[in-house]
Design a protein around this ligand. Structure first.
Ligand code: ZN
Length: 80
């Protein structure tokens, strides 16, 4: 489970889930040698960061943090 803000310049410890925003992405399981298995991975942006940034899946196996001002429509919605 995620324990810190996903912004590498922040890294605020996760204490309250109601603060900020949780993202879930379907990513390849890198521990699998076959490359076929996938798993849901959780990311968290703290309250401060989630006001300025969002997370989106970049390609098949990466997640990136992007400023909210840019291309909001490309944001990946939360998994249900
Ligand atoms: Zn943060």
């Amino acid at each position: 489970m995620v324990s810190h803000c996903s912004n590498p310049n922040c890294m605020k410890p996760l204490r309250y889930l109601r603060e900020g925003r949780i993202y879930v992405f379907d990513l390849p399981d890198l521990r699998s040698k076959h490359g076929l298995s996938r798993h849901l991975e959780h990311f968290w942006l703290c309250g401060t960061c989630s006001r300025s940034f969002l997370l989106e899946q970049a390609g098949d196996n990466a997640v990136r943090i992007v400023p909210k001002a840019s291309e909001f429509s490309s944001a990946i919605p939360l998994a249900s």
